[in-house]
Ligand binder design. Structure first.
Ligand SMILES: [Zn+2]
Length: 166
């Protein structure tokens, strides 16, 4: 489904296609609060498309052919708990630190301690952010507090019991 991203005024730079090396050379910084609905791939992983993401990405040069992106993503999203299958609110908060390269041949020469990503020369900051958001989700989403899953189980049992009694 093609969705037209709607961003608050002053936040449209996230959507502009730009040369990744120009972004780095200028030391471009993107910062703001974005609705979850502007991330189509990320939204597909969620139980509900609602809430906002606070984000900051700063671009810098990091040697020939490399761009360093640092920043943070924060927010809360709706996921399905894999223990009780109820929706719950998952806090997201992670630091971003990634090296972007446009040439796969550079990968063997990158410092192992950094995450890297191969991108095309023209990028949208929003797409870099979306990749980071997707990586920030837990592999197996579950209620942070197991008591919440037990509460769901008790509610389901009580409902089943009521059905039998009717
Ligand atoms: Zn649960």
């Amino acid at each position: 489904m093609a969705r037209q991203a709607v961003l608050p005024h002053g936040q449209r730079g996230w959507l502009a296609w730009q040369d990744v090396f120009d972004l780095a050379a200028r030391g471009s910084v993107f910062e703001g609060t974005l609705p979850v609905s502007v991330f189509p791939r990320f939204s597909e992983l969620l139980a509900a498309v609602e809430g906002d993401i606070d984000a900051r990405l700063a671009f810098a040069t990091a040697g020939v052919g490399r761009v360093r992106v640092e920043g943070r993503v924060e927010g809360a999203v709706q996921l399905v708990c894999q223990r009780c299958l109820e929706h719950y609110s998952q806090p997201i908060g992670s630091r971003v630190g990634v090296l972007l390269v446009t040439d796969e041949a550079l990968i063997p020469h990158l410092p192992a301690e950094f995450e890297h990503e191969v991108v095309s020369e023209r990028i949208r900051p929003l797409d870099v952010l979306e990749d980071e958001l997707m990586m920030s989700l837990p592999l197996v989403p579950v209620h942070p507090d197991p008591a919440d899953c037990e509460a769901t189980a008790r509610r389901l049992l009580a409902a089943a019991h009521d059905d039998l009694m009717e």
